[in-house]
Design a protein around this ligand. Sequence first.
Ligand SMILES: [Zn+2]
Length: 357
Amino acid sequence: MDETINLLKRLTEADGVPGHESEIRAIVKEVLAPLGELSRDHLGSVICTVPGQSASPRVMLAGHMDEIGFMVRHIHESGYIYFIQLGGWWDQVLLGQRVRIKTRSGDVIGVIGAKPPHLLQPEERDKMVKKDEMFIDIGATSRAEVEKTGVRVGDAIVPHAGFEMLNIEGRYLSKAFDDRVGVALVIDALKQLQDKKHPNTVYGAVTTQEEVGLRGARTSSEVIQPDVAIVLESDIAGDVPGIKPEISSVKLGKGPSVLVFDGSLIPNVALRYLVIDTAQELGIPLQSSSIVGGGTDGGAIQFHKRGVPAVVLGVPARHIHSHGAIIDRSDYDNAVKLLVALIRKLDAATVESLIPA
Ligand SMILES: [Zn+2]
């Protein structure tokens, strides 16, 4: 296994739902510590400063460390556990999936269940089961039995799913590529910027609580005071059966993507053109993408002070917001190259020119 695979495996297998990021944060801090000076906001985000040839402009990179998951809402007297979603889950990817409940005294494994189809009337069997009718079964038959394991209301719940290298060369499967792939991009870019050959200062922010409303991005912007921001995300690959090209033409293995639109941000147009030109110079394939149903950390960062030009780069992923997303290694490697080349271009005059005249 090479360094990148190790990093992606380690980052995606770590747990950390919004507001409960201590496990993933410890890993992020350990990996970032040798790369620059670490600071933080008070919501758990980690910021690594890598000085270059000039104190300004201040270039913010942002990848979010939190992953979607759940929280224990109620322990029923029958021993079943009801949950709140942290981040957006689609009902249809939940049933039968294993989860890990993070208690103060250790992890408890369970499975998401609902009424068994064998016991349903035929018309009921055809209906979609909603999240709020589902529960987590840890094998208990009473509330007392559940409580003996340490499970309490408010405990975080994460998908129980590991990293796999698939049989197809360069394709990886794991939970939480959203957005540990963005976290890995921040880390790999900062590694390459150790040569200090960039006309700015780079602040690599690994933010918290993105999935519940871009919260750590807002508070880490207060710490960084960015002049420009590059947000690193998992993008949504549209190359699954039934998706028409007018909805999405983003394909796995066809290069990183640059967002033209997301639900929280209109990326800065001049900066997006700079991304396109840089990709062309490097001979990197680049896809254009739009995420109509969802926002990114850029949505919060752009509001800092008088506004911050921001752009979003993505690594296409199939099946995000589930137990198993798939990414392509060449998309990842090209995203690192593109990101580093872009940062090396962001001198004072260039960043100034991004501001709408
Ligand atoms: Zn994300």
